[in-house]
Ligand binder design. Structure first.
Ligand code: ZN
Ligand code: ZN
Length: 101
């Protein structure tokens, strides 16, 4: 009954109408179109950040609380993201952005 559902699933950007067949494509889109690079303040929730490192932890912490946009920011800003958290962020995005047509 559910066969084929996984393949038919698509992923929609939370900020515009962009739709991708793959989670990774959506993450790349987000990075190029919506991501704002900032060390001093979080562009999403306006929280002030003291150090470069705290930016990383801020995105990670909010991502772990289930915040979708921070998950995108985490993946966009941290190239060397710990793979465990990277997977977690991607799963969150997969879950929240999936659309069926
Ligand atoms: Zn978008
Ligand atoms: Zn924030």
């Amino acid at each position: 009954m559910y066969s084929g559902c996984v393949r038919l699933r698509k992923f929609k950007c939370p900020l515009c109408n962009f739709i991708s067949n793959k989670v990774y494509g959506l993450i790349l889109h987000f990075r190029y179109v919506h991501f704002v690079f900032s060390w001093k303040i979080c562009p999403l929730c306006r929280q002030k950040l003291k150090y470069k490192k705290s930016t990383f932890f801020h995105y990670l912490k909010k991502m772990k609380e289930g915040d979708l946009l921070h998950a995108f920011y985490y993946l966009s800003s941290v190239r060397y993201a710990v793979s465990k958290y990277r997977k977690e962020a991607m799963k969150l995005i997969e879950r929240k952005c999936a659309v069926t047509e």
